[in-house]
Design a binder for this molecule. Sequence first.
Ligand code: HEC
Length: 501
Amino acid sequence: MRTLQWLGLAGAACAAVLSGANADEVAASKKVTFYQDVLPILAANCQVCHREGGANLGGMVAPMAFTTYESTRPWAKAIADNVSTKKMPPWHASKEQHGVFLNERTITPAEADTLVAWAKSGAVKGNPSDAPEVKAWPQGEGWSIGTPDVVLKMSEKPFFVNDDVVDTYEYFNSTITKEMLPEPRWIKAIEFRPGSKVVHHIIATPLGGIAPGNDPTVFPDGMGRLLNPDTNVTWQMHYHKEPGPGTGTYDQSEAAIVFYPKDAKISHVLRDESLGRFDFRIPAGDANYSIKTEYTFEEDSKIVSMMPHMHVRGKAAKYEAVYPDGTSKVRLDVPNYDFNWQTRYQFKDFEFVPKGTKLVLTTAWDNSANNPNNPDPTASVTFGEPTTAEMSFGFMNYIKAVDQEDIEAALKEQGDGFGGRRRGGRQNFDLGQLLTTFDVDGDGKLQESETPEFMKRFFPLVDADKDGALTKEELTAAAKFMEQRRGGNDKDEVATERPQL
Ligand code: HEC
């Protein structure tokens, strides 16, 4: 498929409009059959999700298997519709970035035409002997990353998600014990398995996590993360479902880890950074409200992947690199952000960024009534965990451009789960901005009613003189305290303050 991609570029924009007409030509010029024409396209582009036990994307296992004629035939029209409108395969980066990402999921206009022509000409079966040899998928319960060295459950016992639950965030702790991992090892691959269909996302700090649209993580050879024995893993589980009698279900999600062989040479530590902001307020009804966040690379680096994250009002996201010489370049553009697909965009060739490069993230929301996913266009929206509140994150993985030094540093930092992991996401938390944004009555203080949801539980702590309002002095003192604590105890910070999806 990818070898044909460059051919597809010019036609991509009008494919949706033209595919009907082209499909007619395809249908007239030859008899399109399932076995000869359709199955190879489905195998290469769709079956990774659309098969029994398909890629488990944050619990969103694709609902139907396109592996046999019998199971695909009823979906012929839906397939034609979904590829014409580009809803399937799911991929949201702009077409300027075609071919840039390793995990791109797109089909060519010619492939789309063939699928549409098949549906239009009666979804003919054809002759099974015409079928080219198609990919065999792993069977049953196997992990797609191979046989794991460690499988970690989120909790000892399954957790029951009650009948009345719509959205809930639950926290669990589990430990990678010395018995599981006697000595530090380099991680090659991690795969999460939701224990039930009501899992919307998993954040297992410091291992990582999944949300709909994520694939298992397999690091390129030579690149890894060091995992230490006795690493405590905190699981933030987001469960989401329709409520009602009998809808309750048990969950016990798991993570599987494959290590590099002990003698493997590791040249690069994978680092995390998140461009994040907490201090925004999206006006009610605003159809295009956007904010920017910056991160400056302190050393020559290479960007490995990027993953924008907003909630249901999220509309678009863009990462732009501003180089030290003043030039700039868009590195990822997601013009039609879709909360249901949390894709980590993985660069095919890691993006070199010299020291001093500024990465600028722009996130935009549609808080108007025209956004069909908007639960309440009359509300102004601030940062918060529920999907009805908003987030603005640009997660990013990168490596330093030079080899070796990283490894030494990582080994020195043992006791912290991952060696060399950076703390992320707070560099833009600006107290002045907090007051400007939330001090609605303009008295220079934050009353409890003005305090954003995510800060409310800290309110009594920060309100030192207990007068029911936070002054600039109180906020500054709190920030200082947190800064000191962060420096002194990284572990604590991991559990409570890392940005959460
Ligand atoms: C990354 C995983 C993934 C890939 C790849 C993928 N799909 Fe899907 N597909 C899904 C999921 C999940 C759903 C159900 C949720 C939804 O509708 O968004 C779905 C739903 C569908 C539906 C039903 C939509 C409806 O109207 O109910 C069709 C048809 C479909 N896919 C066709 C395809 C075809 C054809 C391809 C390949 C060209 C493909 N998909 C590739 C994950 C995938």
